[in-house]
Write a protein that binds this ligand. Structure first.
Ligand SMILES: [Zn+2]
Length: 478
């Protein structure tokens, strides 16, 4: 059988989180009543003039620079002409021959290697509206609230060689964009949308095979599954002597297959031409330099700094930076409690677990850095066992009470006073004479059983380390 190589390029549409639209002052707030956030400009009524939102230019520049791109000094917009009911002007304002950013790259981890995936371009454009197909009234409705929402489209080079690589590129890109704070990057809300170009060729061949385009992939899983399916479909076609047609395909989530949407012959001819209502202008070099200097720390830089400053392992640092809020929270705690590894264990362990089970992010949790430090301190000084510490954290999430309050209200404090512990140990020893014999004859591991029994008698409140030592001392010194 012949060996095939997969070639994948991705186009990502990112919705920017500006308060107002790209060419008018309408709000971009999500979930409002249909058509309540529109005006003559975003509805494309005759005689209206668009004005570029400065924030959009600033954000697009940030994105370009974070992706190691060159920034075009000329800002020019073009009309992309096509007719669709959710596009009232019958053209979309986009950028054609002078995108704001071009020729960059993103470092993506694939296996144990870091691979440079080329970024062809990133450009600004406006979003279209939304059609709602309602079977009850056998009609389609249109909501123009989204019309004119600012987007940046990020186009990669066809540098990815597997569905997994495309998946890794997308997750790395999303994290990088989240750190820039220019979008909520929420795929479910449609803030991050992805199209994929995929083709196969025989190994060693340099020219590209015929590609198909997968449109509107709306989850990371859809990206991976649809690409895996499409690659297998193309290989099967070629193997059976058939031809791959250049076409646009859709991912059928339900059937887990790709289906043809339109072929190249039906493809749009966009007839791009310069947007006459927006005058091209130059971006000052200083402006670009200033934006570059003020870029927030990237996830990979943060990871390296965490390893260097806090002596964390590569693994720990990587887990922390996967969520900017978590990474910032970790640092805030570390400033107040100088034991990074212990803080990291709590943040990446018990804390993340609570957030995951509750499906909330840190900002929604009732937990401050002072709270977590108070909790860690209680465990480290032996007031709480590790296990009780986790229970206290759970209750903290449920109630928002202070750590001290929870420990008092629920009687969580460890029993450490010798008198109480001696009493418990005496009972356990009296009840288990055969175990005592085993320990005396050298089987020290049997102590664990007695510790367990003691923990049971104190409802888990005894200090297990202390009790183990006391038992040993008692039996072996007798
Ligand atoms: Zn408007």
């Amino acid at each position: 059988m012949k060996q095939y190589e997969t070639v994948i390029g991705l186009e990502v549409h990112l919705q920017l989180n500006t308060k107002t639209k790209i060419f008018c002052g309408c709000s971009t707030e999500f979930g409002k009543n249909p058509n309540s956030q529109t005006c003559p400009i975003c509805l494309g009524l005759p005689g209206t003039l668009p004005v570029l939102n400065k924030k959009v230019l600033e954000y697009a520049m940030k994105i370009g620079l974070a992706l190691n791109c060159e920034i075009n000094s000329l800002v020019k917009f073009d009309r992309k002409n096509y007719y669709y009911p959710d596009l009232p002007k019958a053209y979309q304002i986009s950028q054609y021959d002078f995108p704001i950013a071009h020729t960059g790259y993103l470092n993506v981890k694939t296996g144990n290697e870091i691979k440079k995936i080329g970024i062809t371009r990133a450009h600004m454009e406006e979003d279209a509206g939304k059609l709602i197909h309602d079977p009850k009234i056998k009609s389609s409705l249109v909501d123009y609230n989204r019309t004119g929402t600012p987007l940046v489209e990020i186009v990669s080079e066809p540098d990815m060689r597997s569905a997994q690589e495309a998946y890794n590129y997308l997750t790395t890109l999303k994290l990088c964009l989240q750190y820039l704070d220019v979008s909520d990057c929420d795929m479910e809300k449609g803030s991050l949308r992805c199209d994929a170009n995929v083709s196969i060729r025989e190994k060693g061949q340099t020219e590209l095979g015929t590609k198909t385009e997968l449109k509107n992939l709306n989850s990371f899983k859809a990206v991976k599954s649809s690409l895996e399916f499409e690659v297998a479909r193309q290989i099967k076609l070629v193997e059976s002597g058939e031809r791959i047609i250049q076409e646009t395909r859709l991912w059928d989530e339900h059937k887990q297959i790709t289906v043809s949407m339109r072929s190249k012959e039906e493809a749009h001819d966009y007839r791009y031409f310069p947007e006459p209502d927006l005058v091209p202008f130059m971006v000052e070099k200083e402006e670009v330099e200033k934006t570059k200097k003020n870029l927030p720390e990237s996830p990979s830089k943060k990871q390296n700094r965490f390893i260097a400053n806090y002596e964390l392992s590569d693994y720990d640092a990587n887990v922390l930076v996967q969520d900017k809020e978590i990474a910032d929270f970790f640092e805030e705690c570390t400033k107040k409690y100088n034991s990074p590894k212990k803080v990291c264990n709590w943040v990446t362990g018990a804390l993340k677990q609570e957030l995951n089970t509750r499906k909330i992010d840190l900002l929604k949790a009732k937990l401050s850095s002072d709270d977590l430090i108070a909790l860690i301190d209680k465990v480290e000084t032996g007031v709480l066992s590790n296990l009780a510490g986790k229970d206290v954290l759970k209750i903290k999430f449920d109630t928002g009470k202070t750590i001290d309050q929870i420990i008092n209200d629920h009687g969580f404090a460890q029993v450490s006073d010798d008198e109480t512990l001696e009493k418990v140990i005496k009972e356990v020893i009296d009840e288990n004479p055969s175990i005592i014999e085993q320990i005396k004859s050298g089987k020290e591991s049997a102590v664990g059983f007695l510790v367990g029994q003691s923990m049971k008698k104190t409802q888990g409140k005894a200090n297990p380390k202390k009790i183990g030592e006391m038992i040993k001392r008692r039996i072996l010194n007798d």
